[in-house]
Design a protein around this ligand. Structure first.
Ligand SMILES: Cc1ncc(COP(=O)(O)OP(=O)(O)O)c(N)n1
Ligand SMILES: Cc1ncsc1CCOP(=O)(O)O
Ligand SMILES: [Mg+2]
Length: 212
């Protein structure tokens, strides 16, 4: 079973990335997506090696953003691919069935395609404007999530769907009511000065209706 909270890393340098990821893990995150844009292959490899060993230490899930070949080379737990990144079925062929492959969706049709191609989870968004990512797809808002999740339910689609994009603590409960499985966040955790408390509060809302 996947965690309901995925932390997407931030940082302009290897050190900044590592500091942010280390702090997120220390505060209780157990799923990290390493997102290190516009870097040399050497820098990305160096960071990935360090993140992999940190995640092993914290028994956290470690996935790589965009870079399918780095995922394979470093033997990460998986990869997250956007609509203009490598194709999900090519990723599955390269990585095999044991690895996690996440795919971005902005519409119900994107979700259908990802399911058909063997994706493990979906990052559906953006929920609202965020400065973390450039060139955002159309904003979905709560009503967009309601519509898409209703269609998924009607079509018996059961893949875990994560909301993403500008999410704050206050958004979590209303988003969960739309039927999403969890959230993927970057800014709120990176910028928080009280990460442990924030992650505890996020998890309380994410797991509020889970019967153990
Ligand atoms: C969980 C999750 N969902 C969506 C995205 C966005 O991926 P993509 O559209 O490829 O954009 P970049 O992150 O590569 O800029 C994501 N990274 N994670
Ligand atoms: C990677 C990505 N894809 C859509 S929105 C987004 C950024 C999420 O970061 P934040 O939680 O800071 O808005
Ligand atoms: Mg991408």
């Amino acid at each position: 079973m996947y965690s309901k909270l995925q932390y997407i890393s931030q940082g302009e340098t290897i050190d900044e990335q590592l500091r942010n990821i280390h702090q997120a893990l220390d505060a209780g995150c157990n799923w990290v997506q390493m997102r290190f844009k516009n870097q040399t292959a050497k820098n990305a490899y160096t960071l990935a090696e360090a993140v992999k060993s940190l995640c092993e230490k914290y028994t956290a899930n470690f996935i790589v953003n965009d870079d399918l070949h780095l995922t394979k080379e470093i033997d990460a737990d998986g990869v997250h691919l956007g609509l203009t990144d490598a194709k999900i079925n090519d990723a599955r062929m390269l990585l095999g069935t044991s690895k996690v492959i996440g795919g971005t969706a902005n519409t119900f049709e994107d979700i259908q395609n990802h399911v058909k191609n063997g994706c493990n989870y979906i990052g559906l968004g953006p929920f609202r404007f965020t400065a973390t990512k450039e060139k955002l797809s159309p904003i979905l808002g709560l009503s967009g999530y309601f519509d898409i999740l209703q269609k998924a339910k009607k079509n018996k689609i059961e893949i875990p769907i994560y909301a993403i994009g500008g999410i704050t603590l206050r958004d979590v409960s209303p988003l969960m009511e739309t039927g999403i499985f969890g959230i993927a966040v970057s800014g709120i955790i990176t910028e928080s000065l009280e990460k442990k408390i924030l992650i505890q509060q996020l998890n309380e809302k994410l797991y509020a209706n889970v019967i153990v």
